[in-house]
Ligand binder design. Structure first.
Ligand SMILES: [Ca+2]
Length: 300
């Protein structure tokens, strides 16, 4: 099974043809960037039926196994990118562009709200395997602020030099692998039962304010909330203060992949800033769905 796990990892690397850390099950492993070529020493390439057989059911008997998603593009900042039940499964993101869940809007390069789930940030994993523990480092290779459609063109592969020198996408994930199989499972920390339950909090006593957007329209400025993991998105609702007519209702993805993070974000509101009053309600939400108190303010 150790060999099969290595081969699965290698097979997924082949799919994406991007730099990845080669990985074998502990305690003995090889470590290094792999692009293509022969499978890691001591492993063999699996065919599809064998890979299917080595899926969740097959791996459930091997709690030290680490399954790398391959080609998921899902970002490494998200605490849900690791999961433990009978073994460990991790996303391994992408070295071209990363993705968040669908169903959100992001601010594009011009500061407009656009339907986006991709950002041109490069991420990868660096895996260290020691006797008794495995450490998976989440690396942000390019933590700059870019838009996946810069200038209206698909812009997935930003090239160095980057403004940032590279950062981490979060604390390293550590897996204890010493002891019996039962002890290894008992020591799992990234489980459903341990999912984070601490909600984001507002730092400013007045986190909302009115700004004038580039086009002369109203913009809602949000002073960023804080979370013990990350603020995943903001639920935003803006209504006319006099009659309650809704002018904006959306979920805005927070660019937690960008370092340094912006202290505030300006959300364009599709109304002219002409003195009319608008009621803004904003809730900060973390990746697990924990919600801050609603921040309310009247803008004009
Ligand atoms: Ca939290």
């Amino acid at each position: 099974m150790k060999h099969e796990i290595g081969a699965i990892t290698h097979a997924t690397c082949q799919l994406h043809r991007s730099p990845r850390i080669g990985f074998l099950a502990p305690p003995r492993s090889s470590l290094g960037w792999r692009r293509s070529g022969a499978p890691p020493v001591g492993t063999r390439r699996l065919g599809r039926p064998e890979r299917d057989a080595a899926g969740p059911e097959g791996l459930s008997k091997f709690p030290r196994a680490v399954y790398f998603s391959g080609h998921s593009h899902l970002n490494l900042n998200d605490p849900r990118s690791i999961h433990q039940k009978n073994f460990t499964a991790v996303n391994d993101s992408s070295s071209s562009y990363i993705e968040i869940d669908h169903g959100y809007q992001m601010l594009d390069a011009e500061g407009r709200l656009a339907d986006r789930f991709e950002t041109p940030t490069a991420q990868g994993l660096a895996v260290e395997v020691y006797p008794g523990r495995t450490v998976i480092n989440r690396i942000n290779l390019n933590a700059d602020l870019h838009d996946i459609y810069t200038g209206g063109k698909w812009s997935a592969n930003w090239k160095p030099p980057f403004q940032s020198d590279g950062t981490l996408a979060g604390k390293p994930w550590e897996i204890k692998t010493a002891g019996s199989d039962a002890q290894v499972v008992e020591n799992f920390t990234y489980t459903d039962a341990n999912r984070n339950r601490t909600a984001p909090r507002w730092v400013s006593s007045h986190p909302l304010s009115a700004q004038t957007g580039k086009d002369g329209r109203l913009a809602l400025r949000i002073e960023q909330a804080k979370d013990d993991e990350l603020v995943y998105h903001y639920k935003v609702r803006v209504t006319r203060a006099d009659n309650g007519t809704e002018v904006l209702s959306t979920k805005v993805a927070n660019r937690f992949d960008v370092v340094p993070a912006a202290d505030s974000v300006d959300i364009p509101v599709p109304v002219t800033r002409d003195g009319a009053k608008y009621r803004a309600e904003v809730v900060a939400v973390d990746a697990q769905g924990n919600q801050s108190p609603v921040a309310v303010d009247v803008l004009k």
